[in-house]
Ligand binder design. Structure first.
Ligand SMILES: Cc1cc2nc3c(=O)[nH]c(=O)nc-3n(C[C@H](O)[C@H](O)[C@H](O)COP(=O)(O)OP(=O)(O)OC[C@H]3O[C@@H](n4cnc5c(N)ncnc54)[C@H](O)[C@@H]3O)c2cc1C
Length: 399
């Protein structure tokens, strides 16, 4: 049977779906609105391309929060070990880096993407770029240039809405009007803080490391970065879902920052309680508490804002009022998307038989650490298998 599948969106989720479907001998056309596929994947490569994480598999699903139970079988279908083997089979050996994150040794995405696209083309996947899907025209898929394409099954892998200049802009939400879509919100994002102009001008771009952040009952150790309008960086991203929801609920979130997570409060108190003589506060904080310029600036900013806690307590638990998340355009990923209840176990949209969806456009979120690409590839593979099974059950594939 000569059946045709369309995959729309050339990010990691769509490419993985195309790979699984083509491997089953089905002809696949992949439509991508940008001049070339994988632009966000390439951008992820700028940070070294954290592909997945090497922690124990049983801990993995919990990283996907509310979607943990939903995603667990999909991760079993395409596990972190499978992702590593897949990468290595494309000629890109991997290694386990700091905090047990997994990277390709090349520390970038371009060689991996090149090898992947070559292999996909070799297995017959046809690429149509500058092809922006605009919805349906009767049974056919419609594109912005007026072209139409008929397919026996479709995979939508249109991404989230962060970094829209890389292609995924969330515009697909209006193309699925009868599907429940949780609002697209920034995830793994920074947050606004009302810095004084002097603090912002002196410290924007400076790191805080190591810091320990505490909010409600969550504590995260890592790095943060002062931004002109707030704070960002790995430790903030790891807290971002909780902080974003708290701000939506309460209007703001009070984060507590431990600027010396490696030093006990008694030791700090001993050193800071000795008479200072004529030494300035900033020199004292530098010499006796070992604080970096940005950390000193934060302590001074807090005192300037009326904070009266003794210095050791302030260093160990500096309050920071976060007023809102940075915009989606700067976020690493997107929360929200197609409600999981709209999908069957094979990632087919219940309201659109034969139309599957995968990747960041679905309503799951995860912290950085490789969980995003792992989730995109696992859902892409699952949608690919779903398509093949669906075609088989409709006798469109020889059994
Ligand atoms: C700066 C940055 C760093 C990152 N680093 C990491 C990292 O180290 N590790 C990690 O796990 N994750 C990382 N991520 C996240 C990761 O890149 C994304 O989660 C992943 O790319 C999402 O894959 P996707 O296939 O679902 O969507 P995307 O990669 O966004 O691909 C969707 C594709 O669909 C196309 N498209 C959209 N609408 C249409 C349309 N109407 N018609 C046709 N095509 C369309 C888009 O152009 C795009 O190419 C990073 C993200 C950013 C922004």
């Amino acid at each position: 049977v000569n059946h045709k599948v369309a995959v729309i969106g050339g990010g990691p989720a769509g490419l993985m779906a195309a790979e699984v479907i083509a491997r089953a001998g089905v002809s696949v056309t992949l439509f991508e609105k940008m001049p070339s596929p994988g632009r966000k994947f390439l951008m992820a490569g700028r940070g070294g391309l954290n592909l997945t994480h090497s922690e124990a598999f049983e801990n993995f699903p919990a990283r996907y929060g509310k979607a943990a139970r939903w995603i667990a079988p999909l991760l079993e279908g395409f596990s972190p070990a499978a992702l590593i083997a897949w990468c290595e089979a494309l000629g890109q050996p991997t290694f386990i880096g700091s905090s047990r994150r997994v990277f390709p040794k090349a520390m970038k995405a371009s060689p991996l993407l090149r090898a992947w696209l070559r292999r996909l083309e070799g297995s017959g996947v046809q690429f149509v770029t500058r092809a922006q899907w605009t919805g349906w025209d009767g049974e056919a898929l419609a594109f912005a240039d007026g072209s139409r394409h008929k397919a026996d099954a479709v995979v939508l892998a249109l991404g989230g809405a962060s970094w829209p200049k890389l292609g995924s802009d969330g515009g697909w939400a209006r193309l699925l009007p009868d599907v429940e879509i949780a609002s697209l919100r920034p995830a793994n994002c920074g947050f606004e803080v009302e810095w004084s102009p002097i603090f912002a001008s002196r410290h924007a771009g400076q790191p805080l490391k190591p810091v320990s952040l505490a909010f409600e009952d969550k504590v995260v150790m890592g790095e943060a970065m002062i931004a002109a309008k707030g704070i960002e960086g790995g430790a903030i991203y790891a807290m971002s879902a909780l902080l974003r929801e708290a701000i939506a609920r309460d209007g703001s979130a009070l984060l507590h920052v431990d600027l010396r997570p490696d030093a006990g409060i008694e030791r700090l108190a001993e050193r800071l309680d000795a008479p200072r003589g004529g030494t300035s506060l900033s020199n004292t904080l530098r010499k006796r508490a070992g604080l970096s310029p940005a950390a000193i600036g934060l302590v001074q900013e807090a005192i300037h804002n009326g904070e009266t806690k003794p210095l050791p307590q302030l260093i160990k638990s500096l309050p920071l009022r976060l007023t809102r998340p940075f915009g989606l355009e700067r976020a690493i990923s997107t929360a929200g998307g197609i409600a999981l209840s709209e999908l069957d176990a094979h990632l087919m949209l219940r309201r659109y038989p034969g139309v599957f969806a995968a990747g960041e456009m679905l309503d799951w979120e995860a912290p950085t650490g490789g969980y995003l690409l792992q989730g995109c590839m696992a859902t892409g593979a699952a949608a690919g298998h779903g398509v093949v099974e669906w075609l088989q059950s409709h006798s469109m594939v020889e059994q």
